[in-house]
Write a protein that binds this ligand. Structure first.
Ligand code: CTP
Ligand code: MG
Length: 225
């Protein structure tokens, strides 16, 4: 049951409106990407940690080395391209499973990742961390037209764990068919394969806009103490 991690970290962070990509913003003493890699380095099950980085990124090679399992691969145009490039990078010696985790989610809880890995391997099915929607959800444009029943609604988080071969063919098929792929699970669903929902902590936020920074910094400081 070999598992490799893939960390998409090739985005430009347009919604963050910061001079460098958001994964290089420092919070609680180090960059967001270093926090994320430090979390994954606590998982001895991972054989390799492939980080998808843009070819024009000057920052990654300047970071202190966190873990000897970390390897740089080339990112792509969209997040799904970065993940697919990382899968191709592993092609010569593929793992059985891949654990895909956004660089922008440094707050992830290690126990949640272990639960995801254990449940998926036990069921021999792929799955994702997700959290039940807590807010009242409205559908509409200028006016609310409807309140959407939320009992079966989940927010998709990462990590997402799938079999290497299944994820590679699902992503390739979805991309050639022009399907919008915002996470691994959307490609797997499109391929009609199961995606287990594993409840994870909702403070595993994806740092996206400037107002996420104070909360993330507070939580990272708290986790380190
Ligand atoms: N990502 C990637 N390759 C891309 C785009 C995104 O590896 N071509 C990564 C980001 O670096 C991030 C994760 O995918 O760790 C989630 O994407 P998102 O939060 O959308 O980050 P950005 O695309 O950088 O931000 P924005 O959409 O605001 O530009
Ligand atoms: Mg993006």
């Amino acid at each position: 049951n070999s598992i490799a991690a893939i960390v998409p970290a090739a985005g430009v962070g347009s919604r963050m409106q910061h001079n460098a990509p958001k994964q290089y913003i420092k919070l609680a003493g180090k960059t967001i990407l270093e926090h994320t890699l430090a979390k994954l380095s606590q998982l001895p099950q991972l054989s390799r940690i492939v980080v998808a980085i843009s070819d024009t990124d000057p920052y990654f090679d300047e970071l202190p080395q966190i873990d000897s399992r970390v390897i740089r691969a080339s990112g792509g145009k969209e997040r799904a391209d970065s993940v697919l490039n990382s899968l191709f990078f592993l092609e010569a010696n593929p793992p059985q499973w891949v654990l895909v985790h956004d660089a922008a989610r440094p707050l992830v809880n290690i126990d949640d990742i272990n639960t995801l890995i254990n449940e998926c391997i036990k069921a021999n099915e792929g799955g994702i961390l997700a959290s039940k929607v807590k807010d009242t959800i409205k559908r509409g444009h200028t006016y609310s037209e409807q309140t959407v029943p939320r009992d079966d609604l989940w927010q998709a988080l990462t990590p997402q764990l799938f079999k290497y071969d299944e994820l590679k063919s699902a992503l390739q098929n979805a991309l050639v068919n022009g399907v919008t792929i915002t996470d691994e699970a959307s490609a797997i669903e499109w391929a009609n394969k199961p995606v287990k929902l594993i409840a994870g902590r909702s403070d595993n936020i994806k740092i996206t806009t400037p107002e996420d920074l104070d909360l993330a910094g507070f939580l990272l400081n708290k986790q380190q103490n």
